[in-house]
Structures are given as C-alpha cells and as structure tokens.
Write a protein that binds this ligand. Structure first.
Ligand SMILES: Nc1ncnc2c1ncn2[C@@H]1O[C@H](COP(=O)(O)OP(=O)(O)OP(=O)(O)O)[C@@H](O)[C@H]1O
Length: 529
C-alpha cells in the first residue's frame, strides 16, 4: 500500500470539514469518467456501423446528440476544476494555520537550531504540496471509474479479449508495492533537505550588505551551490524511482494493448465482431490503458502524499504546551536548584542554585558569550535545563524583551492594539508611548525603525504587560547617552511590585538602581550577591 492506514485516517480528518463539497466533486468526477468512457467508444461504434449500413438519419441524430453531450461535459469539467481549486485553497489555509499553531508550541531551542527558512518551508511549502491530495483523489476517482466502465464496455463487446487485462494488473500491483516505500523515503529526504536549504538561503539573503562590503559574491554562490546539493540529490533519487516504476509499468501496458489489437483484428477477419466493434474495442482499451497508466502514475504521488502526511503528523506531535503545566508558585519567586545547561557540550550553567525574590532588582552582567541571554531564556521558560529544577511563574506572568526580537506583521500601532485586545491597558500604552517618545513610530512597521527606536518600542511592549517578573536583555543598547537614565527610571517605575532582571554591560554606572548582582562568569560559573 503506497499510503499507510494511519495516514489515510489523518487525510480523512483533514478533509472532514469539506466533506459535502468534496463528495459532490467526486460524484461529478465519477459521472464524468463513466459517461465519457461509455459514450465515447459506443458512439464511435454506432457512428461507424451507421456509415457502413448507410443509415443517414440515425447517423445525423447521433452526431447532434454526441456534440451536445460533449459540450455539456466540457462545462462540467470547468465547474469541477474551479471547485477543486476552492477545496485545495481551503485545505492549504487550514494546514498552514494548524501547523503555525503547533509551531508556537515547539521547543524554542529546536526553532533556534533550525532557523527561519526551515520553518517557512514547513509552514508554507509543505501545506501547499499536501493540498495537492485533492488532485490525487480526483485523479484516483477518475481512473477507477474509467477502468470500471471501460472494462464493462470491453466485456460487453468481447469478454475474451478483456481477459488480457487480468495478466497485467497483478504485475502492476507487485511493482507498486516494490517502489512505493522507496519513493516515500526519498520524498521525506527531499522535504527535509529543502527545508534545511531554505534556512541557509534565508541567511544568505540576510547577508546582502556583508557580501557586498567584503566582495563575497563568489562565496555566497558556493554556499548556495553546496546547500542546494542535498536537496537536488534527493530530488534526483525521487525522480529516478518514480520514472523507473512508470517506465516498467508502461512497458507492461503497451504489450497488453498490442495483444488486444492483434486478437481483435483476427476476430474481425473471422467475422466474430463488426468493424465498428473493433474501433469501439480499441478505443475502450486505449481509455482503460490510459487510466491504468494514470493509476500507475498515482503510486509515486500517493507515496509522496504518505511522506508529507508523516511529516505533518510529526510536526504536530512535536508541539508541547509545557508552560500550561507550570505551577504558579505562591510568592511568584524564581529559584534554580542545581541547574545544568550546556550548548553542544559547552557548559553555560553548572550546578547553579539561586533564588530571586519578588521585588528584587537584579543586574545581570558578565563577559561576552558567558551565557547571560541563555540564562534569560531559561528564566522565561523558552529553554529547559539539562538537569536540575527551575521554579518560576508561568509565562503568562512573565514579561521579557529578548534577542532576537520580532513582532507580528503590521505597524507598531497594530501590534500594540493586538496586545490591548488581549486584555492590555490602553491608558498604560498611551503613557508609555508618550514617555518613551515613540509616537511617530506607531504607523511604521517595526523593521523600518531606527535601532534606538526599536529598542524603545521593545521596552514599551515589555512594560505594557502586567507581570510578576520583568526581564530585559540590554535595554540601553543603541539608546543615546542623554536618555539612558530616564529610560531606566521609566523601567523602574513600571516594574514596581515585581521582580526586575536586567542584562547590562554598562550596569556599573547604574548600580545604585539594583539591590542584587548576578555575575555570569563563564564555564558554567554563576554568582549572585
Ligand atoms: N542556539 C545556540 N546553539 C549553540 N550555542 C549557542 C546558541 N546560543 C548561544 N550559544 C552559545 O552559548 C554561549 C552563551 O551565549 P549567550 O548569548 O547566552 O551569551 P551572552 O552572555 O548573552 O553574550 P553577549 O554578552 O555577547 O550577549 C555562547 O558561546 C554562544 O555561542
């Protein structure tokens, strides 16, 4: 079977919301297939027999009826094409939204590891490909009904000749079984390597200025070339299996077609069937052979679909809403108990034990690369420790401004409105915007702001949330010297009755604002005084 039972079930669940529209499409597709397969060869037989017998009026009426039916059939094809596209669009939208929902519950470390381009591929390219299951379903229905009705017409004309098909079908079944596993595996490799390549491509695109400034055009080209290699190899492998399978099945089919024409020709010579029947029979067989060929071509498509459904289910299964299970501690304090955390064997925290109380003002400092931002991600719950326990408020009680920072599409104003719509305080937002002097930024998308403006907007968004813990990573970076104390004062004012933790390289200048000092020394050593 090119598609597993569990994936058939998943496909059924995905298509359930559109079942009525889909059922209508498949019924009309089946009618269309049966109609053309039965009418086409029979009309040919009757028309040729009418010419042979010189029956002019029957010939004329038949010609008019056949032309009218063919016109109606074309209109039906137009309608089914549009309906099919509508169903595909709805399915793609449903899949993308569904996967995006899972994305926000994926492990943050995995997301950082894979990169932006990888997830763009998984949230856009794969749903688009998966929505093509509608085309596969329609093609499958068409082929099955063409085969059934074509075989019925052929049996009606000459059952002996139809027996020729019985030889070919088991061979095709065996072939399909042999190749579908290989095609499905190479499809998975292809999708994964494409997603990884898009991650590389996103980095290459982002490096525009760097490449121009250092004349690295050639290096960028070779990065693209080597990144593309794995996906091109997987594409080649996939095409090789599909083409090999289709070529072998086509050879089998052409032998059968030849055998039918020879046997039917002899039957006409012996006077067993009429010349009109010969034409009808060859026409019906060519339709059946065509349909069987298309059914064979569906095997690689079904194997591809199987791989895509596997990837869809796997992506969804990686979603864990860990924060939903975090117990809220009574006092909303933070404590690390014997926590270990490392990145690829580089220790960031080693047996770290510390407690931050409600209302503490903590300055986090330490050399570059020591692990300050990593600690901030552990505190917010985006990273989980390798060992030990972190007790902290749930993410809904924490507000943070972390690197890298990103908002949803739209202007800064749109993004603030979205937070207010979730229960945010409009008056507090207006106050923060006025105090931080970012009124002119409201109607611009975040990416078009200056770096200092971006920083102020990040602070405003962080403070807008009512939380019991506030965590800001380098809030003064890119802020002009004259504004630094004012901004720290704003942060201090808006975080009263909450714990405040700030990562700052120039913290010593403002040490009077803090009551505790957390020094990340590197190699996993951390000191809190
Ligand atoms: N996603 C990651 N995968 C692997 N290593 C990482 C990852 N993120 C950070 N690191 C490594 O962990 C170490 C700590 O990084 P982190 O960003 O926490 O340092 P930091 O103290 O905030 O530095 P800075 O002061 O320069 O901002 C660095 O050596 C960094 O290379």
């Amino acid at each position: 079977m090119p598609i597993s039972k569990s994936n058939l079930k998943t496909a059924g669940q995905l298509l359930a919301p559109q079942k009525s529209r889909l059922a209508l499409l498949l019924v009309l597709t089946a009618i269309q297939a049966v109609f053309f397969t039965v009418v086409d060869p029979l009309a040919l037989k009757w028309l040729i027999d009418a010419i042979n017998e010189g029956n002019q009026s029957f010939f004329m009426w038949l010609a008019i009826i056949v032309t009218s039916v063919a016109t109606g059939g074309r209109l039906l094809i137009y309608w089914t094409t549009l309906t099919r596209q509508k169903i595909k669009n709805t399915l793609q939208e449903q899949l993308s939204v569904d996967l995006a929902n899972s994305y926000y519950q994926h492990d943050c470390q995995e997301i950082t590891h894979h990169g932006r381009g990888y997830y763009i591929s998984r949230l856009y390219d794969e749903p688009k490909k998966l929505s093509e299951m509608i085309d596969t379903l329609v093609a499958f229905t068409t082929c099955i009904f063409i085969c059934i009705s074509g075989i019925s017409v052929a049996i009606w004309i000459s059952w002996e000749i139809t027996l020729a098909l019985a030889i070919i079908l088991p061979c095709l079944y065996l072939l399909a079984n042999r190749f579908s596993g290989k095609i499905s595996d190479s499809t998975k490799q292809l999708q994964e390597s494409e997603a990884q390549f898009k991650s590389i491509l996103a980095t290459v695109v982002d490096s525009y200025k760097h490449v121009r400034l250092f004349s690295l055009n050639k290096t960028a080209q070779s990065t693209i070339k080597s990144g593309l290699q794995a996906s091109l190899d997987a594409q080649y492998k996939n095409t090789r299996y599909s083409a090999l399978y289709q070529s072998i099945s086509a050879v089998f089919l052409s032998y059968t077609e030849l055998a039918v024409i020879i046997v039917a020709g002899f039957q006409v010579i012996l006077g067993v069937i009429t010349i009109g029947s010969l034409f009808a029979l060859t026409r019906a067989f060519s339709l059946i052979i065509n349909a069987v060929e298309q059914l064979s071509a569906l095997v690689p498509r079904l194997a591809t679909l199987d791989a895509l459904l596997d990837r869809y289910s796997e992506f969804k299964s990686l979603a864990t809403d860990a924060d939903a299970h975090t117990e809220l501690t009574d006092s909303d304090t933070i404590s690390f108990n014997n926590v270990d955390f490392d990145f690829q064997a580089k220790p960031i925290l080693k047996s770290t034990t510390l407690t931050v109380d409600k209302c503490d003002r903590v300055l986090i400092s330490g050399p570059n690369g020591a692990g300050k931002s990593t600690l901030a991600h552990l505190l917010t719950g985006f990273y989980t420790p390798n060992q030990g326990e972190i007790s902290k408020p749930a993410m809904s009680h924490i507000s943070a401004s972390l690197y890298p920072f990103g908002l949803l599409p739209g202007t800064l104003g749109d993004n603030i409105d979205r937070i207010i719509a979730q229960g945010g305080d409009r008056q507090k937002a207006d106050e923060l915007i006025a105090k931080l002097g970012i009124l002119e930024c409201l109607d611009k998308p975040f990416e078009r702001l200056s770096e200092g403006q971006k920083k102020k907007c990040q602070i405003a968004i962080c403070l807008l949330k009512t939380a019991s813990v506030y965590l800001l990573d380098e809030p003064l970076a890119n802020i002009d010297d004259a504004s630094k104390s004012d901004i720290l004062q704003i942060i201090n004012d808006y975080t009263q009755n909450a714990a405040l933790l700030m990562i700052m390289h120039e913290g010593n200048r403002f040490s009077h604002m803090f009551n505790r000092f957390l020094n990340i020394e590197g190699q996993g050593n951390v000191k809190l005084v």
